[in-house]
Design a protein around this ligand. Sequence first.
Ligand code: BEZ
Length: 254
Amino acid sequence: MSSARQQTWSAAGYDENARFVSDLGGEILRWLAPQPGERILDLGCGDGALTAKLIEAGADVVGVDASEQLLEAARQRGLDARLMDGEALTFDSEFDAVFSNAALHWMTQPQAVIDGVKRALKLGGRFVAEFGGHGNVSAIVTAMRSAAVVFKGEASLAGPWFYPTDADYAAMLEASGFTVRRAGLFYRPTPLKTGIEGWLMTFRKAFFEQYDVMARDAVVEHVVNLLRPTLQNARGEWLADYVRLRVDAVLPQP
Ligand code: BEZ
């Protein structure tokens, strides 16, 4: 099991510390432009906040995620939300589009994901996704790596993600038979309403839990102090150093 899979989610914690993830999904929804009657797969649907928007647009949507806790929240919205590994999708030529927001960076076997997306799409179908791109949260990861050195921990727990460049990801898609229509990286400093500690405890709990409770506060303090000069603004607000990759690719008809 990869360390990304060891991530556990609490729907309430996600709602409190990570609601910005779906709130910032508007532009990638516009890239997708869901049409009434289309059948769409939402890959990594989480608690279904964006899946619900696809349904509002008139699409017939299946959401899949690896977290039973988040799926339960999605089902409470009345969604068809299924437990499935994004690296082993089991659909066959049934979707007009595969959509994904802020999920693909958790899947560290990207070729397996792309193969599954390709199998899931009808010919002519599109794959529209946004996720962390090259350089995403690099200050945060470096601060945790520093803590791992100082406090003698496992540094690889600091950053278990897949953050490709736009060129590398486009090349993977093209090599798999997709035509890439648009792909780009952009920097998006992201305000953290509950501060950097809320982010660290929501997304990188496994890193801090490697230390016993007595040491943990000092590790958190070390990370926060290193990050403060770069990620906290003059008003005391925290901004995560997010870099996003957006991609829009189509599976051509023969
Ligand atoms: C992201 O959306 O870029 C992200 C979320 C959680 C952890 C790391 C990155």
